[in-house]
Design a binder for this molecule. Structure first.
Ligand code: SF4
Length: 79
């Protein structure tokens, strides 16, 4: 399980989440930041820190936001 960064990050990229993540699993992509779901320890610090409320736990994603988990997985597969 992991937290997932969704659409409000696109064009915002505030990066507050990167600063608070204790395991450094948030990486900047071209249009948004991504959380590596294989490293995230579900601490929730990034969810609280995000100024645009873009971050949700995988279990609480809206149906239309589930694509962002797939987008994150694809991003890290390319790394
Ligand atoms: Fe990092 Fe915690 Fe956010 Fe996971 S939930 S990305 S470990 S700050």
């Amino acid at each position: 399980m992991a937290f997932v960064i969704t659409s409000p990050c696109i064009g915002e990229k505030a990066s507050d989440c990167v600063t608070v993540c204790p395991v450094d699993c948030i990486v900047e992509g071209e249009d948004q930041y991504f959380i590596d779901p294989s490293i995230c320890i579900d601490c929730g610090a990034c969810e609280t820190a995000c100024p645009v409320e873009a971050i949700f736990h995988e279990d609480e994603l809206l149906d239309e936001d589930k694509v962002f988990l797939d987008k994150a997985k694809a991003f890290f597969e390319q790394q």
